[in-house]
Design a protein around this ligand. Structure first.
Ligand code: TNX
Length: 476
């Protein structure tokens, strides 16, 4: 079994099926979509032919997946002597099944072992957060990230769009944000930003791969770019200087200034209008320069603004001291803090995304002497990113309160696309498996073998940089 993330159930058969002439998808009837299967196969260079290939019967049926399951993302993939069968409860499951099929074909060298897979994810939120504020990564790089996320059956791309060093998304009602505060980054580079059109196109590209983009505008801290563009957001009315360092916690908005609430309303309204998914992230982290009571009022206001725009609010764990509204999401990252506020927020109806810094932060160094990355949360080797169970992370957190798992990559030290990729790979595969697979069947030895296969079959052929950790026996 070569698939990452490891499927829930796999019953191997005894023969194998040759797919040298390509595949011929056959929907059970006209209402069953096969475009997603065709697209996934085409992107992997596996030809689909109208006739004469190995038949792939495609069907939507409630009988798909593990026996008795009602999971909306479930699918069943059968490979036998007469062909392939892909059955899912919904189009998203067909997409997952297609991803598994591609990995099986790649691993088998076009010779598919017989067998049956019944699969579904453990968590519904399987994300990666990418900081494009400290260093800017544009549409082409972000599409490559989406490709990887989708390959590993993850479904959320969270974009950290604003920080002290730059504002990276056009906001039509506040043009100075990108006109004045997007031309810098953490290493004196030119920065950059996504236009409204580029952001729309990226979301469409992601949606075609069943990935939701969750945009983050971080307030009230991490706001030097905003106060550089709009001096009226500062008590003295004077715009702050451009910031190109790596410190955190020095900037803040001030709720009692007349310009602040209109600013928040404008940028979140713009963001809601541009965002096709149901979530808006308003940050809330590391507001070390914000007064405590004022911080609570900020959280309450941002939660309300996002709700009134018809979106579900998401914020970093600090916002648990909020109040946040029932049904909003809190993203747990800081393993050093008191968790009582998080538990209380959950009791009041919040749900939790787990991004523990010492496991899921893919900007942490692999080893102490690694050139890239930081180490404030610890070192995160491949095994550290793999060997943890989300259900055990926060004492007293009900399993139903866990929405899912998200890796995060902060880019203070990552200036180039290769820097980004070698921090993501191979650890992104570990995040995907933690979020998808049954913890009872997880096995690092088996996983690292599958990772070695990904490097030769998926990363090297497409020119993706990855870290050759000694924890994997790479093929060459
Ligand atoms: C903490 S995680 C931060 C970021 C930094 C990151 C570096 C979080 C919510 N805040 O501002 O970029 O550490 O690892």
């Amino acid at each position: 079994m070569s698939i990452i993330p490891r499927p829930l159930l796999h019953e191997p058969g005894s023969g194998a099926l040759r797919v040298s002439e390509g595949l011929t998808p056959r929907p059970r009837d006209g209402s069953v979509p096969v475009t997603s299967l065709r697209d996934v196969l085409a992107e992997a260079g596996i030809p689909c032919v109208d006739a004469g290939g190995v038949p792939v019967l495609v069907d939507l049926s409630q009988d798909a997946g593990p026996t008795g399951s009602t999971h909306p993302e479930r699918y069943t993939l059968r490979v036998g002597s007469t062909g392939i069968e892909l059955i899912a409860a919904a189009p998203v499951g067909l997409h997952h099944g297609a991803r598994s099929l591609v990995q099986l074909i790649e691993a088998g060298g076009r010779c598919l072992p017989h067998g049956v897979i019944h699969d579904e994810p453990r968590y519904r939120w399987r994300g990666l957060s990418v900081d494009i504020a400290r260093h800017f990564f544009g549409p082409a790089e972000l599409r490559r990230v989406v490709d990887l996320i989708a390959r590993y059956k993850m479904n959320v791309l969270h974009l950290h769009l604003t920080d002290d060093q730059g504002w990276r998304l056009e906001s039509p009602s506040r043009p100075a944000l990108t006109a004045e505060a997007a031309g810098s980054d953490c290493s004196g580079g030119p920065g950059g930003f996504l236009t409204v059109g580029e952001f729309a196109a990226l979301q469409e590209y992601a949606a075609d791969r069943f990935v939701t983009v969750v945009p983050e505008i971080d307030v009230p801290g991490h706001t030097n770019a905003a106060t550089h563009a709009y001096g009226e957001l500062r008590p003295d009315g004077v715009a702050t200087d451009v910031y190109t360092g790596m410190e955190v916690g020095f900037s803040t908005l001030s709720l009692d200034l007349p310009a602040t609430e209109p600013f928040l309303r404008d940028v979140f309204a713009d963001l809601a209008a541009m965002t096709s998914g149901p979530y808006l992230h308003y940050g809330g982290d590391e507001a070390m320069s914000t007064d405590k009571d004022e911080y609570a009022r900020f959280i309450e206001l941002c939660d309300r603004i996002v709700r009134n725009l018809g979106k579900t609010p998401v914020a970093w764990n600090e916002a648990a001291t909020g109040p946040v509204s029932a049904g909003s999401l809190l993203q747990y990252w800081d393993t050093r803090v008191d968790l009582d506020p998080l538990r209380r927020a959950v009791e009041a109806g919040a749900r939790v995304i787990l991004s523990p810094g010492n496991k899921a932060y893919l900007d942490m160094k692999y080893t102490a002497d690694y050139a890239l990355g930081q180490d404030w949360a610890g070192l995160v080797e491949l095994r550290d990113a793999y060997d943890w169970d989300p259900a055990d992370l926060v004492d007293g957190l009900a399993p139903e309160a866990i929405e899912g798992v998200e890796g995060a990559i902060w880019t203070e030290t990552l200036a180039s696309p290769d820097d980004l990729m070698e921090m993501l790979l191979p650890r992104l595969a570990a995040v995907a498996e933690v979020a998808w697979s049954d913890p009872g069947r997880k096995d690092f030895d088996d996983f690292r073998g599958r990772v070695a296969g990904e490097a030769t079959r998926a990363w090297e052929p497409t020119g993706l940089a990855y870290h050759r950790t000694p924890q994997v026996d790479w093929a060459d």
